[in-house]
Design a protein around this ligand. Structure first.
Ligand code: GTP
Ligand code: MG
Length: 222
């Protein structure tokens, strides 16, 4: 007999357990009135660079913190701490995504009431993170111009489970002859009506629009 049905069953149970923890986290976040934003993308799309800029920018007027997941190293947490925000690294070992239980554990000792925004940087991966709810209010999927315009078509689930697409590294767009019409059409094909932001963490372009979106979200929670 094939092992496949049993593996599917185990995976369903893991996801169900994750959904229970995520629902509890979402309730706690809402009670504490903290706006939780997660970031997913392939490795190297610019999540940490974008988050470091975000923590510095939004940290001027709001209480911000971040959790960051990677299979190994504290490197991203060290980079994010340059913003002076509280940051914790979640080292996942062999696990290719964050799970709600990892977030719950990492938050032990933090008072959610002390925060306005909590950011969760997921492990770089365009597949696995899409299946795991982390209790966040807003999920961003980042896509850098150097990855190619076809990624929404090849990885539709990660776009379907996100709220906003952020096209990063736009300072490099002309060097890689990035086709804006194609990427926008591909995003709309998999997720009609999805909002799209264009940013460069290097030049700062687009960060003002991102800041406005976040502040509107904070003052008028969904
Ligand atoms: N030119 C340019 N480079 C960028 C930009 N954002 C990030 N980078 C560079 O892209 C590389 C990867 O950026 P990271 O922020 O580490 O990407 P990441 O998505 O956090 O990567 P993982 O956590 O490993 O998945 C680094 O060398 C950054 O300096 C940008 O807006 N413009
Ligand atoms: Mg990173």
């Amino acid at each position: 007999m094939s092992a496949e049905p049993r593996m599917v069953e185990v995976r369903r149970k893991v996801l169900k357990q994750n959904d229970i923890v995520a629902a509890d986290l979402r309730r706690r976040f809402q009670e504490a009135r903290v706006c939780v934003v997660s970031l997913v993308s392939s490795p190297g799309s610019g999540k940490t660079a974008f988050l470091e800029k975000t923590l510095t920018l939004i940290g001027k007027t709001h209480r911000v913190a971040a959790l960051v997941g990677d299979l190994a190293t504290e490197n991203d947490a060290d980079r994010l701490r340059r913003s002076h925000a509280p940051v914790k690294q979640i080292v996942t070992g062999t696990v290719c995504h964050l799970e709600a239980e990892m977030v719950r554990k990492a938050l032990e000792g933090w008072n959610l009431e002390d925060l306005d925004f909590l950011f969760l940087e997921n492990v770089g991966n365009l597949v696995c993170p899409s299946s795991y709810d982390l209790g966040e209010e807003l999920r961003l999927v980042l896509l850098s111009v150097t990855e190619g315009e076809d990624k929404p078509l090849k990885y539709p689930t990660i776009f379907n489970t996100a709220d906003v697409a952020v096209i990063t590294k736009i300072d490099l767009a002309s060097a890689v002859e990035f086709d804006w019409n194609a990427v926008l059409a591909n995003i709309q094909a998999v997720r009609p009506g999805m909002s799209v932001l264009r940013v460069s963490s290097k030049t700062g372009e687009g960060l003002d629009e991102w800041q406005r979106l976040l502040e509107a979200r904070f003052t008028t929670p969904a």
